[in-house]
Design a protein around this ligand. Structure first.
Ligand SMILES: [Zn+2]
Length: 322
C-alpha cells in the first residue's frame, strides 16, 4: 500500500477525531462540541423526532455465557456472519431523542465500572452538541450496569443535573429487594449495588413506570420481561412514523435472531426472556417495524425478516444528526 496510516489520517483530517473516540484505548481527549458536530453521528427522523444513537463501547461475550448454544451450531452461525467462532463482540448503544426542544436520553452506558471498552457515551453526547445539563429526562430500559451506571460519574455524582430519571417500577423493586441481593451469585451483587446507587443519587427526581404507559412526549413503554423482571422497550410515534427501541431483546445479533431460544447468562429468567424475544421478533417482522436495540450492530436501526424457523436482522438507512 502506498498510503501509510499516517498519511490517510493526515489527508482526511481525522487525527483529532480518532483521539477523541479513544481509538488508541487511552483516555479520550475532549474537544469543543462545535469541532465534532455532525461528524459520523448517524440519526433517524421519526416524524418530528430525531433519534441519535450514541455508542458507549463494546462487550466481548464468551460462548459459555450464551445459554443453550450448541458450539457447532454457533460456529456455523458465526461463519455465516463472516466471523470467527467463539466470543462475540457486541456494542452498547444508547439513544438520544430530540423533540419540541426537549432532550431525552434512553439508557446511559456503563461509565467507568465495566472496563475500558465502555464509558464513551459522554464523548458521543458532546459530539452531538449536547451538554449533560441540557438533558431533560433519562429513560432507563432496565437497571443493568451497562444501561444505568452512566448516570453517575466515576466519583458517584449525577452526570445529568437537571434530568428526571425514569425507570421501570418492576426493576426498581427487584434490584432493591434484599432477599434477591442475598441469594444472588457474588458476580451479580455489584449489579444490585450499582442500580441502588443511581436510584439513591436521583431519588428526588426519580419516576417509576409500569406496563404500557405514556412516558414523555411521543414515547410509550412496552413491557419485555425476562432479561430482567422490569425490562422494557419503547415505541416512539410521530406523524404516522414509528420506531420500536427494544432494548436488550437481542444481545447477539449473529446468534439470537436465528436462534431466539438462546439466552444470556445475565438473563434473570432465561425462559421468559426467550419467549419475549420470540414474540417480539414475530411482532417486529409481522408488522414490518423499524427497530433499534441497545446491542444491535451500531447504529442499531433496522428491520427483522423471517428466515427459516428464525429471523434475520436487516440494517437500514440513516442520516447525519443535524
Ligand atoms: Zn445490556
Amino acid at each position: 500500500m502506498a498510503l501509510s496510516r499516517r498519511s490517510l489520517i493526515g489527508a482526511s483530517g481525522l487525527a483529532s477525531t480518532a483521539a477523541i473516540l479513544g481509538a488508541s484505548g487511552s483516555t479520550p481527549v475532549r474537544a469543543s462540541p462545535a469541532g465534532l458536530r455532525g461528524y459520523g453521528l448517524p440519526s433517524r427522523r421519526i416524524g418530528s423526532l430525531t433519534i441519535t444513537p450514541l455508542l458507549d463501547g463494546y462487550i466481548d461475550v464468551p460462548l459459555d455465557q450464551v445459554l443453550g448454544a450448541d458450539p457447532e451450531d454457533a460456529a456455523n452461525l458465526a461463519a455465516v456472519a463472516f466471523q470467527a467462532p467463539g466470543q462475540r463482540r457486541i456494542p452498547v448503544n444508547a439513544y438520544l431523542v430530540r423533540f419540541g426542544g426537549r432532550l431525552v436520553l434512553i439508557d446511559t452506558g456503563a461509565s467507568s465500572g465495566m472496563g475500558t471498552t465502555l464509558g464513551r457515551l459522554p464523548v458521543g453526547l458532546e459530539a452531538a452538541g449536547v451538554t449533560p445539563d441540557q438533558v431533560d429526562a433519562v429513560l432507563i430500559t432496565h437497571m443493568h450496569p451497562d444501561h444505568i451506571n452512566g448516570a453517575l460519574t466515576p466519583e458517584g455524582r449525577a452526570v445529568f443535573p437537571n434530568a428526571e430519571l425514569i425507570v421501570p417500577d418492576t426493576d426498581y423493586v427487584f434490584w432493591h429487594d434484599d432477599a434477591n441481593l442475598n441469594r444472588a451469585p457474588e458476580g451479580m451483587k455489584p449489579f444490585f449495588l450499582g442500580a441502588r446507587k443511581v436510584a439513591e443519587v436521583y431519588a428526588n427526581r426519580l419516576r417509576r413506570f409500569s406496563g404500557e404507559s405514556d412516558i414523555i412526549g411521543a414515547i410509550r413503554s412496552v413491557p419485555l420481561p425476562g432479561h430482567t423482571p422490569g425490562h422494557a422497550g419503547f415505541i416512539l410515534e410521530s406523524e404516522g412514523e414509528g420506531l420500536f427501541i427494544w432494548a436488550d431483546v437481542v444481545h447477539i445479533a449473529a446468534y439470537q435472531l436465528a436462534r431466539p431460544e438462546w439466552g444470556l447468562a445475565f438473563d434473570t429468567d432465561p425462559h421468559m426472556a426467550a419467549a419475549t424475544r420470540r414474540r417480539t421478533l414475530e411482532r417486529a417482522s409481522g408488522d414490518r417495524m423499524l427497530v433499534a436495540g441497545m446491542h444491535l450492530p451500531f447504529p442499531g436501526f433496522g428491520h427483522v425478516a423471517r428466515e427459516g424457523a428464525g429471523y434475520r436482522f436487516v440494517p437500514t438507512e440513516w442520516d447525519y444528526a443535524s
